[in-house]
Ligand binder design. Structure first.
Ligand SMILES: *Cc1c(COP(=O)(O)O)cnc(C)c1O
Length: 226
């Protein structure tokens, strides 16, 4: 099936209020242009320089979502244009994003990434770590980042119950932070969860943003493209 057919098929199954971020990492700009021509505007990348070079040659109304582990020395590549950084997993990173946003005279939207999977390799905060920094004076002084919600990745497993338990734990973290720190803040409303293999479960668990790549663009070939 073509990118257009994949995208239309997928959009039919997603509730209208759930935002689709089309994950285009490793895929050529032609593929992104094809999805763009179908009306898709939100795209996700996990490497800062790859995202910046795609941003440079594609239509400027694309909203670029950064979804990978971000090293502080790479923030400068995306700070001028990024729509949202889904993968804030330390206070240090958030503070560096704030500095880069200030230099670009903008406010960058961020999500706090939580570690919800059993795998040790996945990045993310614990709820205790998030609470610790949200209560710190240093956090309260940041003026150029806006925390809009949470993000997480479930374990790669066939066990649907485990996946939904993990997504529900992310939703619980969201509800806790919302009621404790962001009750008055309408921007804090996103739960970014769900990929090609588990987005239906994620939507059932209350996802507001799904990040889907291979269902739209086909399997990635890391050997060839990286
Ligand atoms: C690659 C990636 C996705 C998309 O994965 P697919 O299985 O291709 O849909 C979603 N989120 C993150 C953080 C990713 O790195």
């Amino acid at each position: 099936m073509s990118i257009r057919e994949n995208l239309n098929q997928l959009l039919k199954t997603l509730p209208a209020e759930v935002k689709l971020v089309a994950v285009s990492k490793t895929k050529p700009v032609g593929d992104i242009a094809e999805a763009y021509s179908c009306g898709q505007r939100d795209f996700g990348e996990n490497k800062a320089q790859e995202m910046a070079s795609k941003h440079a040659v594609l239509p400027q109304d694309i909203k670029w979502h950064f979804i990978g582990h971000l090293q502080t020395n790479k923030i400068k590549y995306l700070a001028p244009f990024v729509e949202m950084i889904h993968s804030v997993d330390s206070f240090k990173l958030l503070a560096e994003i704030d500095k880069a946003a200030e230099k670009n005279d903008r406010i960058i939207k961020c999500l706090l990434q939580f570690h919800i999977a059993v795998e040790e390799t996945k990045f993310g905060l614990s709820l205790e770590e998030a609470v610790e920094f949200l209560e710190s004076q240093e956090y309260k002084e940041l003026r150029h980042v806006e925390i809009c919600g949470v993000m997480g990745m479930a374990t790669f497993t066939d066990n649907q119950l485990q996946i939904s338990d993990e997504f529900m734990s992310l939703r619980k973290n969201f509800n806790f932070l919302k009621s404790r720190y962001f009750n008055e803040n309408n921007s804090f409303r996103e739960i970014s969860m769900g990929m090609s293999d588990d987005f239906q479960i994620a939507v059932d668990c209350g996802s507001t943003i799904v990040r889907i790549g291979s269902t739209i663009f086909g399997e990635r070939n890391y050997f060839k493209s990286n």
